[in-house]
Design a protein around this ligand. Structure first.
Ligand code: CP3
Length: 344
């Protein structure tokens, strides 16, 4: 089986010779070529260049035995296209010039033409797809509505995103309208990525796990379904990652997705028992990779054995439970991928 066959088989639940592997944030600062590119180009400049996005997305595939690529972009493309002025300061993370706190702020969002302003991402998918020559799987992606809403209200990173969580209950109608707006723009944006050649798309709900189950059901799931329903009606495949979402597992079936990307704290067997027909992906702890090759290989081996035991390794994708940390040694990533290739 070549990588793309293996990846598509895992997505559709067909038998595989071994589970495919890819890693969240596999293109990024832990790789020397990425750092070299960033010395010559700003972050947005990189995202807008099909040549550069393809170059950085291919680097991990050339180095490691990975089965899928992910288009190089960022979840904050959506607030940028809505006119919120997103910048990535050196070492400080993202910042938004205009934040959401009133209905006048929401009325100022430039919704019209937003999907077209993100056309450079579909273009990057098309360019990467051609370079992959159907040998690897290809992911498109976007932020889930609540995670985008969290950045829009906070104006940058935060540990607890209190502004977003307060708004849900102080101005619920405004919050629901903002979430629906983010969802509708995202649905169009992801459809364009699929049209451009993505085999599947992943919704990153990095901050969804901050909410309790009741709030997730009330605010997040309806917004996620505004994205997944039109996409899946067209046969598109959608994966959902909710960081810190173990407590949400019982309700995530209502997200209407093909599969879940499990955080490192989620229990694989429990997730599988609950969702026998879904694709499951994950869930190695990115901190394990910082501990070195040996502990990483041991964790990979035990994940593979859980996959074999619970599913005959079907509908399983090896991944991390969150993005690769920037201080990760590329040799450790190589060891992880070798282990999957050899032992899967
Ligand atoms: O291979 C890949 O997966 C790269 C594509 C990718 C990036 N961001 C590139 C990026 C993806 C899938 C993302 C998703 C993303 N972006 C998420 C969800 C996944 C997650 O990790 O939780 C979130 C929350 C963001 C928002 C974001 N973008 C932050 C918080 C930051 C700064 C700190 C950080 O984590 O790097 C970014 C910038 C960013 N996006 C970088 C990269 C490689 C680093 C920018 C640089 O080159 O300095």
């Amino acid at each position: 089986m070549d990588s793309r066959e293996r990846f598509l088989a895992a997505l559709s639940g067909s038998p595989v010779d071994r589970p495919p592997v890819w890693l969240m944030r596999q293109a990024g600062r832990y790789l020397p070529d990425y750092r070299a590119v960033r010395k010559t180009a700003g972050f947005w400049e990189l995202c807008h260049s099909p040549e550069l996005t393809t170059r950085v997305a291919l680097e991990p595939l050339a180095r490691f035995k990975l089965d899928a690529a992910i288009v190089f972009s960022d979840i904050l493309v959506v607030p940028e296209a809505l006119g919120l002025g997103v910048t990535f300061g050196a070492g400080e993370g993202p910042q938004l010039a205009r934040t959401l706190s009133t209905s006048a702020d929401l009325a100022g969002w430039k919704v019209e033409g937003a999907a077209a302003r993100m056309g450079f991402v579909a273009n990057a998918v098309k360019h990467l797809k051609a370079a992959l020559a159907n040998r690897y799987g290809l992911f498109g992606f976007a932020g889930a509505p609540f995670t985008l809403f969290a950045y829009c209200t906070e104006g940058g990173g935060s540990d607890d995103f209190l502004k977003a969580r307060v708004m849900l209950h102080q101005q619920p109608a405004l919050a629901e309208k903002a979430l629906a707006t983010l969802a509708d723009v995202t649905a169009e944006y992801l459809d364009a990525q699929c049209e451009a050649g993505a085999d599947t798309v992943q919704l990153f709900d990095t901050w969804g796990g901050l909410l309790d189950r009741e709030d997730y059901v009330r605010f997040c799931l309806p917004a996620i379904r505004r994205i997944t329903e039109p996409l899946r009606a067209k046969g598109r495949k959608v994966m959902l990652f909710v960081r810190g979402g173990q407590h949400l597992l019982p309700v995530l079936g209502e997200a209407n997705v093909d599969g879940f990307s499990l955080d490192w704290r989620a229990d694989w067997r429990e997730a599988r028992a609950r969702y026998p027909r879904h694709v499951l992906q994950g869930n190695l702890d990115p901190a394990r990779l910082l501990a070195g090759a040996e502990p990483t290989v041991a964790a990979t081996r035990s994940l593979l054995s859980v996959m074999r035991e619970t599913d005959d390794a079907k509908r399983c994708i090896v991944n991390l439970g969150h993005g690769i940390h920037k201080d990760t040694n590329p040799d450790t990533v190589a060891a992880l991928c070798e282990e999957v290739a050899r032992n899967g």
